[in-house]
Ligand binder design. Sequence first.
Ligand SMILES: [Fe+2]
Ligand SMILES: [Fe+2]
Length: 334
Amino acid sequence: MYTQAMDLAPKEERKAVRSAEEAVLEERFEARIDAGDFIEAKDWMPEHYRKTLVRQISQHAHSEIVGMLPEGNWITRAPTLKRKAILLAKVQDEGGHGLYLYVAAETLGTTRDQMLAALHSGKAKYSSIFNYPTLTWADIGTIGWLVDGAAIMNQVPLTRCSYAPYARAMVRICREESFHQRQGYDSLLVMMKEGTDAQREMVQDAVNRWWWPSLMMFGPPDAESPNSAQSMRWGIKRISNDTLRQKFIDACVQQAQVLGVTLPDPDLKWNDARGSYDFGPIDWAEFWRVVGGHGPCNRERLAARVKAWDDGAWVRDAALAHARKQEAKQQEAA
Ligand SMILES: [Fe+2]
Ligand SMILES: [Fe+2]
């Protein structure tokens, strides 16, 4: 689902001294990037490029599986069989997205165990949007509309990312995200057009709570996003945080009008000269607070992931024991 924390990495160490051979390789690499070539797992790449991608793809993978938690919470409480089936499919998709992405990151020389250990220890980040609670059924529709909607905006440019295994994973993920966005919007539309006043109020309340955190999903303003410039040069990132955020806002205003909900920003106003909507100030202090571990559900989310890992230990042990047994049998037969 999400890709926001990508620029929030700790400072990478860069090698000050390069061998002559490395300098040649790096020059060739840069030329390929400039020519718009895709880089494959077996190709030579600078260490900093590799590390940047491991960080970004693993954070993205973590976001997919942590993103299952706020919605999974509503599977047993979905109002109809149809909505339950849709939500089950969506949450399952997010698990699949996590898997594609962990595998894409593994092509860069890291392991699933290393990535999960970083998540469980709190060292690795995931999208901070999932640290907000889902209070009513309307939150599920709103997450589909706004959170998956923002994810699509963020992720479509990643289908042209210079690292080919990541780009390929994103093609498939984006197709599924578009279903996620539509099912959310459809669910809200039914509540707004055919529902009761109480249901309409529930939708408005959910939109009020999710709107601003959704805008934060695009990451800090360009001027405060120091790693962005390098990622843009390397073709990992294609469009800046602020440009994507503006595109998302412009799309949402019309969708909100069709729904009949009010976006909770009194400064939202069409600007003819810019050809876009102006919007009010984003509370970046809140964003950094949540990224820093102090959002409403940070502890709960991490605890749920750690518990799932611990509870699944016997499955992993059994699978390994079975694989060893099979291997021993095959060796005997040979
Ligand atoms: Fe999604
Ligand atoms: Fe996803």
